[in-house]
Design a protein around this ligand. Structure first.
Ligand SMILES: [Zn+2]
Length: 461
């Protein structure tokens, strides 16, 4: 038997490329961590008789899901600031908590917990932006996920860094230290136009060019952000980024709930990507990105969960379903963002936004074997006339059964695989527990004011 050679058979293989294709009773052949072939099961059995075989029955096998915007360590802050509009959530809850307890250990423990949660949701690649990027990468990699982490920069000091230069210096040092791991990538991640000044944004634009890195930034998240920017800079944030040379193919503009027609045209003409985080935007009442218009204009729209403090499920399948429904509701067009396109947003578009399209995001020969299998044979998913529709509108993360990253099985029948997989999960949960006490203690010391106590909303900053 050839080492690291497996035939994975499934009732349906959804390769994402070609577009909207569904291959019935097909197999994906994995050799040396890459996809060697896609072919009918019978042919695979006769052509690769000595390969190991995984038979998945009534499953759909698809590319691993790409989470294009996450703050993994915030899994430890899940539920710590519910029912607050975004500005109050950030300024009264999240930033004070982060100032009080975020450390390298917090980030490592939180990233590992998030990684286990994402793995069990079929996510194989996570694009993160947070303090302590090296610890984030290590946490995600400890579970086997493909990690892209942000070289974060913000103008204010934190427990992690003293000023914008220090953030960049530490992030670049993390990139140097992790250079040897082919499953770790980096972005430049200025937090947002309202927390980073012109000089730093210009420097980020220069570094992005020099190092050939994507630029991962929150932009146009709320109407209040636009109003404040008009007041303080005299222009909308996207126009400011454009003036500073940041609107191009490398830009991953996260949220984008507020967009004018000419801004959509600008993003399309420059080849920029938008990362849509529908559940986070809904929970914080931030707004809704016009995904149907963006996609129609040719903009690459990827999906992100955001952090667990603003979207408790780290679940890209749920984002895909939510995105598809929201697009229909927003446009009044039931054909807007169909299931096949929502799955593209969850896979190949995330890969493209990250500059990883040649390596992952679809099941094509030669690509790295990042795969997720979803069991559509459960009672809740019967009958199954169309697996694409079923994946987006019916299935949930609880139906994700198997996951591979670069051909390595990480989840087998919903259990973390490999030597000591179960023990590793126990250890992750044990490491997370003390942080829960710390967060609870902190919240007790600073109880939340009822939302009605303040007139501030997203529209009245
Ligand atoms: Zn975010």
């Amino acid at each position: 038997m050839q080492a690291d050679a497996t035939v994975i058979e499934a009732r349906w293989v959804i390769p994402v490329r070609p577009r909207a294709a569904v291959l019935e009773n097909h197999a994906v052949v994995v050799e040396g961590g890459r996809i060697a072939a896609l072919l009918p099961v019978a042919q695979a059995r006769s052509r690769y008789p000595t390969h190991a075989r995984v038979s998945l029955g009534q499953h759909a096998l698809l590319p691993g899901l790409v989470n294009a915007h996450a703050h993994s360590a915030m899994s430890l802050l899940r539920g710590a600031g519910d029912e607050l509009p975004r500005e109050r959530w950030l300024r009264e809850r999240i930033w004070p908590l982060e100032r009080a307890i975020v450390s390298a250990q917090f980030v490592y423990d939180g990233a590992r917990l998030a990684a286990a949660q994402m793995l069990r949701a079929g996510i194989t690649c996570c694009n993160d932006s947070y303090f302590y990027p090296a610890e984030t990468a290590q946490g995600l990699r400890s579970v086997g996920l493909r990690a892209v982490v942000g070289i974060l920069t913000i103008d204010f000091a934190s427990r992690y860094a003293t000023d914008a230069d220090d953030y960049l210096r530490q992030g670049l040092a993390a990139r140097d230290a992790l250079r040897g791991d082919p499953l770790v990538g980096f972005t430049l991640a200025p937090h947002a136009p309202y927390t980073v000044d012109d000089a730093t944004l210009a420097r980020v634009a220069m570094l992005a060019e020099e190092l050939d890195l994507p630029v991962h930034i929150n932009v146009h998240e709320t109407a209040a952000e636009i109003a404040t920017a008009l007041h303080s800079h005299g222009s909308r944030p996207l126009a400011r980024l454009e003036r500073l040379g940041l609107v191009g193919e490398r830009l991953m503009a996260v949220h984008m709930t507020q967009l004018l027609d000419h801004e959509i045209a600008l993003l399309a003409s420059r080849g920029a990507s938008v990362v849509h985080c529908p559940r986070s935007n809904l929970k914080l009442a931030s707004g809704i990105a016009p995904t149907a218009a963006l996609l129609r204009a040719g903009v690459c729209v990827a999906l992100g969960t955001d952090g667990a403090a603003s979207n408790d499920r780290l679940d890209i399948l749920a984002e895909a379903g939510c995105a598809a429904l929201l697009a229909k509701g927003l446009t009044g067009d039931a054909a807007a963002l169909p299931a096949w396109q929502a799955l593209e947003c969850a896979t190949i578009n995330g890969a493209r936004a990250l500059g990883l399209e040649a390596r992952i995001g679809s099941l094509e020969e030669g690509k790295e074997a990042d795969l997720a299998a979803v069991d559509l044979g459960s009672v809740e998913n019967q009958p199954c006339h169309d697996p694409l529709s079923q994946l987006v509108y019916s299935a949930g993360r609880e139906n994700v059964s198997h996951v591979w990253v670069a051909g390595v099985p990480l989840l087998v029948d919903r259990a973390m695989s490999g030597a000591g997989g179960a023990a590793r999960l126990d250890e992750i949960l044990q490491a997370a527990a003390p942080w829960q006490s710390q967060v609870r203690q902190r919240l007790r010391q600073h109880p939340q004011q009822p939302a009605s106590a303040s007139p501030a909303t997203n529209n009245q900053q």
